[in-house]
Design a protein around this ligand. Structure first.
Ligand code: ADP
Length: 402
């Protein structure tokens, strides 16, 4: 999917001539957009190749005004990709403080620190902004040339848009992998539906035949109703696993595991896998249920693959402290009695695209599952004895301790 390129730039300088200079360079007046009292300068809509170099500028003469503009635009869903920030500004905030305040709202921001003096060293600024922001900022001394400004604007806008595109593609990949996991169980779910339907039809038939005996009719209809309910649960689980709303809410890990087990029921049964559940009292976690479902489906599908001759699958849920700070949370262990994982493979199973299944595997399941666990503030780890099986532990902080 291609998203529309973001060409919004914030310019912060307390000298009106400097602002005018930026405007001349980045949104030349012969191609002006609508000028409004909000000081928003627009690019022309017509697109000749030359005009692609035009940006939509938001001009501010103080840090406070810059912050207000940024917040206002963010509120409208109009993100500003990058900015030029003069270090020395009149008012309460200097350029660096303004950047700090804005990047707290939008860590994706790219910026150029502009200074007339060598008053702030690069190392000092680096320390102030922190390691994670180091690819997001650049430095420019006044006076600057049109070439420098245009070049920096181009680089920042390109970097912002590349990052955004990548993040969208990553989300799409996670969703594609989720649908692939759902696809892998769809056959089994189809069989299960068929069996349930057969049971329902059979029991309703029997109820019709037994019409003279109300106790029998009731018995048959009750069994049919149970089968209907199970089919309904499976349909809901399938829908919920395929959903992509990414909203988090307090939910139970045990029900997530149970939902995945329900969808896998036919395949596990057919593969002669005995399922043992050990679900103990545990707090809720704050999670996106479909993302949790994705982790469980991956773990169960892998366990099934690892037990081609059948075996035992034990799913344990219990309250457990975890993470680097030993926070209260919930651990879910999915343990199989399958092939196990050799030592040299064990170190790589969470790597992106690592698979031992050749064409049949994508190698994305565990890397994406670990990513989901970590996004939720949790962990996904493994222990294995080659030849005896593997145990994957998903730990998530409890909803009260994110
Ligand atoms: P894929 O299943 O497509 O290969 P995954 O990321 O889910 O991708 O798994 C990566 C690799 O980890 C698998 O190819 C397999 O070698 C190993 N693996 C995962 N789960 C198990 C398990 N329960 N038992 C043995 N090996 C496993």
């Amino acid at each position: 999917m291609l998203i529309q390129e973001n060409r919004n730039l914030l310019i912060v300088d307390d000298e009106p001539e400097a602002l005018e200079g930026y405007r001349q360079f980045l949104a030349p007046p012969d191609r002006p957009g609508p000028r409004s009292s909000s000081r928003r300068e627009g690019s022309a809509a017509a697109a000749t190749p030359h005009e692609r170099e035009t940006y939509t500028l938001f001009l501010a003469s103080s840090g406070k005004e810059a912050l207000q503009i940024f917040q206002r635009e963010l509120g409208k869903g109009n993100e500003i990709a990058a900015g030029f920030f003069d270090v020395k500004l009149g008012g309460d905030m200097d350029g660096l403080q303004t950047i700090q305040a804005i990047k707290a709202l939008s860590p994706d921001l790219h910026c150029v620190v502009v200074t007339a003096y060598q008053d702030r060293g690069v190392d000092e600024i680096q320390e102030l902004f922190g390691e994670e922001f180091k690819d997001h900022w650049d430095f420019l001394n006044k006076p600057f040339s049109q070439g420098e400004i245009v070049q920096k604007a181009r680089q920042m806008v390109a970097a912002w848009n590349r990052r955004r595109q990548l993040s969208i593609m990553q989300k799409q990949l996670v969703q594609a992998e989720r649908l692939s996991a759902v696809g892998q169980v769809a056959r089994g779910v189809g069989h299960e539906f068929g069996n349930l339907l057969q049971r329902i039809v059979g029991k309703v038939d029997l109820a019709l035949v037994a019409h003279a005996d109300p106790a029998k009719v009731k018995d048959h209809l009750e069994t049919a109703l149970k089968a209907c309910e199970r089919a309904g649960t499976m349909a809901r689980n399938l829908q919920s696993f395929a959903r992509n709303d990414m909203t988090r809410r307090p939910c139970s890990i045990a029900s997530g595991a149970e939902d995945a087990l329900t969808l896998m029921h036919h395949d596990l049964n057919k593969g002669s896998v005995t399922v043992v559940r050990d679900f103990r009292e545990a707090p809720e976690v704050n999670a996106d249920p479909s993302a949790l479902g994705q982790i469980f489906l991956n773990l169960l599908i892998n366990a099934l693959h690892a037990m081609p001759q059948g075996g035992k699958l034990t799913v344990t849920v219990s309250a457990a402290d975890g993470g680097p700070d030993k926070k209260p949370g919930v651990a879910c262990v999915v343990e199989d009695t399958g092939t196990g994982i050799p030592k040299d493979v064990l170190d790589r199973i969470f790597d992106y695209a690592f698979t031992t299944k050749g064409e049949k595997g994508s190698g994305l399941g565990l890397s994406i599952s670990r990513g989901i666990a970590e996004e939720h503030g949790g962990t996904l780890t493994v222990a294995s004895q080659p030849g005896r099986g593997a145990a994957f532990t998903l730990w998530l902080p409890s909803a009260g301790n994110p």
